[in-house]
Design a protein around this ligand. Structure first.
Ligand code: CAA
Length: 258
């Protein structure tokens, strides 16, 4: 972790915290930030001691978007040949549950990165938007797809075509975020949620994540079939025996994570 320049990585028991720390540009997501976030998330994902990853920014900005100054001179062939932004897809492929703790601006790539996380927690100061159109471009890290799936066509079109932003209340009403938390408590609350998730059976939490994500990729019949296969599979885990035995014995479960 010592080699990162734009992020900080901390461990707390079975949960981990990645903090975007590039304050001069409101955590603008340049290629170095992308590389560091993806590298850190993949390393934590490989470590079986990690049960949940929190991703956060600063009070002012989760991230104010992809780095406009870095993109400005690029041409089509630069973008195409380097497959600009494709590494972010690897962040979405992380199997460990992830939580975005968003305060301040989550715009463009910032909103897109938050939407790649499994649980999206917003401070009451959070502001979301896909303002790319104002720069003469469109979202490029999945915003047109994930925002539309999250909040539906009406609001996604409104945000993507006008570039207007939404506050935390509107984002919660629209179903983009699961909870709004007073800004001062955001990180504590996010870590508490992470510790709750990290205390569950790790493979079972991964399967729950995989099953929910499948809903975005397939038909209802196939999705239910997929869920049923995983549901049957969890009965091969020691944690299923422990969880159900603990319930029967009226005590809290102690999952061994396998
Ligand atoms: N890229 C590069 N630099 C950025 C940036 C970005 N996305 N967002 C902010 N900055 C920089 C500013 O240029 C400024 O730097 P200087 O001090 O060197 O001028 C610094 O961060 C602070 O920003 P502001 O002075 O603008 O702060 P503010 O509080 O007045 O405004 C803001 C905050 C409304 C978020 C404003 O900074 C802003 O509109 N930022 C751009 C938002 C945006 O358009 N995001 C989408 C980017 S495109 C994209 O993300 C493509 C994609 O889909 C992947």
């Amino acid at each position: 972790t010592a080699s990162y320049e734009t992020i900080r990585v901390e461990r707390k028991g079975r949960s981990a915290l990645i903090t975007l720390d590039h304050p001069k540009a409101l955590n603008a997501l340049n290629l170095q930030v992308m590389d560091e976030v993806v590298t850190a998330a993949e390393a934590l994902d490989r470590d079986q001691g990690t049960g949940c990853i929190v991703l956060t920014g600063s009070d002012r900005a989760f991230a104010a978007g992809a780095d406009i100054k870095e993109m400005r001179p690029q041409g089509y062939m630069d973008m195409y040949l380097s497959d600009w932004f494709s590494a972010w897809d690897r962040f979405a492929q992380v199997r460990t549950p992830t939580i975005a703790a968003v305060a301040g601006h989550a715009l463009g790539g910032g909103c897109e990165l938050a939407m790649m996380c499994d649980i999206l927690l917003a401070a009451d100061t959070a502001v979301f938007g896909q303002p790319e159109i104002r720069l003469g471009v469109i979202p490029g890290i999945g915003g047109s797809q994930r925002l539309t799936r999250a909040i539906g066509k009406a609001k996604a079109m409104d945000l993507c075509l006008t570039g207007r932003t939404m506050d935390a209340d509107e984002a919660e009403r629209a179903g983009l975020v699961s909870r709004i938390i007073p800004a001062a408590d955001l990180l504590t609350e996010a870590v508490t949620v992470a510790e709750t998730v990290a205390a569950m059976s790790a493979p079972v939490a991964m399967m729950a994540k995989e099953a929910v994500n499948r809903a975005f990729e397939t038909t209802l019949t196939e999705g239910i079939r997929f869920e049923r296969r995983l549901f049957h599979a969890v009965f091969a885990t020691a944690d299923q025996k422990e969880g159900m035995t603990a319930f029967t014995e009226k005590r809290p479960p102690v999952f061994t994570h396998r």
